[in-house]
Design a protein around this ligand. Structure first.
Ligand SMILES: Cc1cc2nc3c(=O)[nH]c(=O)nc-3n(C[C@H](O)[C@H](O)[C@H](O)COP(=O)(O)O)c2cc1C
Length: 353
């Protein structure tokens, strides 16, 4: 890896992108002037109801492209990003370095390293309407529609509704197994997955590992973890100042979600500039997609919860019936996150040509 090679600098920026469960489902190839971005099928987010048709992976790939775009702009390089037709084993995007001396324009690159997921409880301080409008405009530049839900009454309703999905997270065996597989314990920074510290559970974190260790022998513990998780999530969402919802007119799959990921990341970087924290909340999106594609796969009691969430969103936001739902997140001011999420070694993410 040569740190003065333009393509290597762009790759390093891409590698800082966020991804569902920090699974980093991407791989790169490069030649003299181009980077090729691949979906890494083996390193994927849970492929059960949480990652239907790999939508969460593709949103994550979009965030990689946005990081590369921001880095190139900062250095004053002109690049062309092309989304390619998706065939198994072939790249999804081609990034070409066109000119190394165009005009420097964006300055969000600084937040490529500062942006973090923040799962803490947010302060009461409201986000200024101008900042919310700025985020809407940024999303629009990526053809994405961002709507803010910011009435206290609606957020309280949403906090109850969305948090019920945590019951499923712990009771559904496949979802639970994926969550446990992606959890990382100890103080060291892991190259992937979710560190327990990053879940911001406070003193409750001390019970977490021992509970998981014995839960297969005492299955009611999964239920208790579900109840605890619902209460924790409900409280966190209730204390958010605003919930952002992003939709996009459908394009060819997976370009819709890649484009949505670019919009999510550009807004996330911009909000980081204003010290506004963000936590994505992707469970409801998966639930709605599950209904639209009639994938099923849930126990009847879980299906009822899923349907309730789906009904709320599709009644409140009728455009969700035709457009794709690409992101949901809570936003607000908060103390800095307790821990940092690591990334895999970039050299291992580059396939040989
Ligand atoms: C597509 C996508 C979906 C995500 N879904 C969630 C989520 O539902 N809940 C959550 O707490 N974090 C979610 N995240 C945040 C990731 O877990 C986080 O980006 C990853 O662990 C890396 O950490 P970092 O963002 O601090 O760099 C999501 C991120 C992406 C890109």
């Amino acid at each position: 890896m040569n740190s003065s090679n333009p393509l290597d600098i762009l790759l390093a920026a891409g590698q800082l992108a966020p991804s569902a469960d920090n699974c980093q489902p991407w791989l790169f190839k490069k030649d003299k002037n181009n980077i090729f971005l691949f979906h890494d099928h083996e390193n994927t987010h849970a492929n059960h109801i949480y990652n239907i048709n790999h939508f969460a992976d593709f949103v994550s790939l979009g965030t990689v492209l946005e990081n590369i775009h921001q880095q190139a702009k900062h250095l004053g390089w002109e690049i062309k990003i092309e989304l390619l037709k998706h065939n198994a084993g072939e790249p999804l995007a081609k990034i070409s370095l066109e000119k190394e001396d165009s005009k420097k324009s964006l300055h969000l690159y600084e937040y490529l390293t500062k942006r973090k997921t923040n799962r803490r409880k947010f302060f009461k301080k409201p986000i200024h309407p101008e900042l919310k409008n700025e985020a809407i405009k940024l999303a629009q530049e990526n053809q994405v529609n961002l709507q803010w839900i910011d009435s206290a009454q609606e957020i309280s309703k949403l906090s109850k509704l969305i948090s019920t999905h945590d019951t499923i997270l712990w009771e559904d065996q496949k979802l639970r197994e994926n969550l446990v597989r992606m959890l990382r314990f100890g103080k060291k920074i892991h190259s992937d997955g979710l560190s327990l510290e990053s879940l911001e559970l406070g003193p409750k974190r001390h019970f977490f590992k021992p509970s998981i260790a014995i839960a297969n022998q005492l299955p009611f513990i999964w239920k208790l973890l579900g109840i605890g998780s619902v209460l924790h999530t409900r409280n966190n969402i209730k204390h958010s100042n605003a919930i952002g919802l992003m939709t996009i007119p459908k394009k060819q799959h997976p370009h819709t979600y890649i484009q949505g990921g670019r919009a999510l990341q550009s807004v996330w970087l911009k909000m980081s500039e204003y010290d506004i924290s963000i936590q994505p909340l992707f469970g409801p999106i998966a639930f709605i997609l599950n209904g639209q594609l009639e994938k099923g796969g849930l126990l009847p009691k879980h299906e009822r919860i899923r349907k309730e969430i789906e009904n709320y969103f599709t009644e409140k936001f009728p455009n969700l019936k035709s457009d794709a739902f690409v992101a949901l997140f809570r936003a607000g001011y908060a103390n800095k996150p307790t821990s940092i999420s690591g990334r895999k070694d970039l050299e291992k993410m580059i396939k040989n040509i």
